[in-house]
Design a protein. Structure first.
Length: 98
């Protein structure tokens, strides 16, 4: 082997080792950054999940209150229907007697 060939091989190996070092260091930085983004995303997801749960609970309570109001209105309407039926009968009896 000649000196020139050995120097070229050493240069190729040195460039390869340098590139490998750069690639590994870049991958490490990307891995660290990705882990930080995962933590941030997990925290944000947990916060949004909690907010959604609170809103859903509030909506359920609102729907339950609306159902109670509708039931109350139904009872009041039934009472009024009963009064109107009694009034109609009283008017019909008075007209029939007259």
């Amino acid at each position: 082997m000649s000196v020139e060939l050995i120097s070229v091989l050493i240069a190729v190996v040195a460039v390869g080792a340098t590139l490998a070092g750069l690639i590994l260091s870049g991958q490490r930085a990307i891995r660290v950054e990705l882990a930080a983004q995962r933590r941030d995303f997990s925290a944000e997801l947990a916060a949004q999940s909690k907010e959604f749960s609170e809103r859903f609970t509030a909506l359920e309570q609102h729907i339950a209150a609306l159902r109670e109001h509708i039931a109350e209105l139904r009872e009041r309407m039934a009472h009024l229907e009963g009064l109107l039926d009694g009034l109609r009968e009283a008017i019909a009896i008075q007209r029939g007697a007259a």
